[in-house]
Ligand binder design. Structure first.
Ligand SMILES: Nc1ncnc2c1ncn2[C@@H]1O[C@H](COP(=O)(O)OP(=O)(O)OP(=O)(O)O)[C@@H](O)[C@H]1O
Ligand SMILES: [Mg+2]
Length: 251
């Protein structure tokens, strides 16, 4: 098991943001987490990457306890996070954003000076091809389209080569075409990485949900199952899919 979570709980000002009894993720599994606004989805990822300290619970990553470790320690263990809000440097080129991401990977930082520039160059180009940004490497990141900025964010996570990637709402604000490309990218990445994706766009969820979908509601696990199981579950329809904020267009 890549990730095992037990009795994970956190409150903010007395309100239970997350109260997750159990969660497991296999190596190279692609898990989609859905649920209404404020369900605790981002909070869960915040805990996994060390940004938020839970009140109680256990998180094992490859049998290593993660809680209590710093964000840097967790990143170095191999857990990479793409946040809901953009975090690229808009005034740097795509290439330099990616170079910076490589330099920030602490374990290779020391060896970076000994590596031929060509090797770094090749790695950046490989990842750029993977995310569809190979023709944009010299472009200023701030001038990329919204979709391309999201792909750069994903590229920055991929460059750290994590075993577990945490990706929060990658398709938000994307065109249909960009959304589909993002889905293909995540499916491709899941051949090599365990991935947890949070998403509201159900058409996109259907595209990428080759494994299990987890539904969170008010911090608790409501149901877990295949896409069609979850899609047809009356409790999920009542508490989430029936709501106006869910993108069910063309569904
Ligand atoms: N740092 C924080 N301080 C106080 N309250 C917080 C904090 N982070 C999250 N919350 C609260 O915890 C609850 C869960 O929020 P969270 O952001 O995890 O929801 P979400 O499922 O990601 O929602 P969305 O779909 O809108 O992104 C919300 O009530 C939110 O207001
Ligand atoms: Mg969120």
């Amino acid at each position: 098991m890549l990730l095992t979570v037990n009795e994970l709980s956190v409150s903010f000002g007395g309100v239970h943001a997350l109260d997750l009894s159990h969660f497991e993720l296999n190596d190279k599994e692609l898990r989609v987490i859905i649920g209404p606004n404020g369900a605790g989805k981002s909070t869960f990822l915040d805990i996994l990457c060390g940004k938020t300290k839970p009140d109680s619970g256990q998180v094992l990553y490859n049998d290593i306890p993660v809680l209590g470790k710093t964000e840097v320690e967790i990143a170095n263990l191999g857990i990479g996070r793409k946040f809901q809000k953009p975090s690229v440097f808009p005034s740097l080129t795509v290439f330099d954003n990616m170079l910076l991401a490589l330099k920030m990977k602490k374990s290779i930082f020391a060896s970076l000076f000994f590596k031929p520039t060509e090797e770094i160059d090749v790695r950046i180009r490989q990842v750029a091809v993977k995310v569809g940004l190979d023709k944009e490497l010299k472009k200023i990141a701030g001038e990329l389209s919204h979709g391309q900025k999201q792909w750069l964010e994903i590229a920055i996570v991929v460059l750290q080569d994590p075993k577990l990637m945490l990706i929060d709402e990658p398709a938000a604000g994307m065109s249909d075409e960009e959304t589909e490309k993002t889905g293909e990218l995540l499916l491709e990445l899941s051949k090599h990485h365990g991935i947890i994706v949070i998403e509201h766009d159900m058409k996109f969820v259907e595209q990428i949900a080759k494994d299990l979908v987890t539904v969170l509601v008010r911090g608790k696990l409501l149901v877990e199952g295949s896409f069609s199981q979850v899609r047809n579950d009356q409790r999920v329809i009542d508490s989430y899919l029936g709501r106006a904020n869910v993108q069910l267009e063309n569904f």
